[in-house]
Design a protein around this ligand. Structure first.
Ligand SMILES: Nc1ncnc2c1ncn2[C@@H]1O[C@H](COP(=O)(O)OP(=O)(O)OP(=O)(O)O)[C@@H](O)[C@H]1O
Ligand SMILES: [Mg+2]
Length: 229
């Protein structure tokens, strides 16, 4: 479980952050000097055009991409100085991620999918906790279903249960309703904000939807690898 943060310390602090990635066309400068702080417990909406670097920004916050230069401090950890093992532990202990496509393991049941992070962390009560978490997202009656036997909204709720079962300090959501219809999407979003309100989880939400972004306490716009407003 995550320890409480030192009061006053931001959950996310990015400073002069650059990220270059190799592509077939040579090295691409994807993030070009990002300065961004997210307070503990805050909800932040990230908007901006396609290809501007929103998903990449989340990858850095999640410890999935290491900054090429600049500083990335998340939940008190300096991600730029950590090796792969340390980053993997950081992700396990502090971060929950929800993607547009649900990234569930197709051969596992809903219950097994949610139990994965708990089992990796060596929790003896993995299945009991996973079951409780699925009840919380309204899927107590679907524990044994494989992802292919669930609707899109149900799959996203399983993904949300899996992202939240370790009680991360930071929940990163990248277009979490992109594949869902209006009503189903709203239910998933309500759940995200509920987690923020109940557990004080910091929420960073990437979305194309201005209405959705407006539900966040603060919004930033990313353009061409920079935060412009
Ligand atoms: N692994 C990679 N290697 C090289 N370039 C990449 C890589 N991943 C992303 N890019 C490029 O980085 C830029 C930003 O991509 P990113 O996925 O962060 O954009 P986005 O703002 O999330 O867009 P969308 O709204 O379409 O999801 C794009 O131009 C993309 O082509
Ligand atoms: Mg994206």
């Amino acid at each position: 479980m995550s320890e409480p943060l030192v009061t006053g310390q931001p959950m996310v602090c990015l400073a002069a952050l650059h990220l270059n990635l190799a592509s077939t066309a040579g090295e691409v400068n994807i993030l070009r000097g990002i300065d961004l702080e997210v307070a503990a417990g805050e909800t932040l909406g990230v908007v901006g055009p396609s290809g501007s670097g929103k998903s990449t920004l989340l990858m850095v916050m999640a410890g999935l991409e290491r900054p090429s230069s600049g500083r990335a401090q998340v939940a008190g950890a300096d991600l730029g100085t950590m090796d792969e093992d340390a980053l993997a532990r950081f992700r396990r202990d502090h971060v929950g991620i929800v993607f547009q496509s649900f990234h569930l393991i197709p051969t596992m049941s809903a219950l097994e999918n949610v139990a994965v992070p708990l089992e990796l962390a060596g929790r003896p009560d993995a299945f009991t906790r996973a079951e409780a978490e699925l009840h919380r997202v309204g899927l107590g009656h679907r524990l044994g279903h494989a992802p292919g036997q669930l609707s899109g909204g149900e799959q996203q709720r399983v993904a949300l249960a899996r992202a939240f079962v370790m009680r991360p300090r930071l929940l990163l959501a990248d277009e979490p309703t992109g594949n869902l219809d209006g009503a189903t999407g709203r239910a998933v979003i309500d759940l995200l904000f509920e987690l923020n309100a109940q557990a004080g989880t910091t929420l960073v939400l990437v979305t194309h939807d201005d209405v959705l972004a407006a539900r966040c306490q603060r919004r930033v716009r990313v353009e061409d690898g920079r935060v412009v407003s």
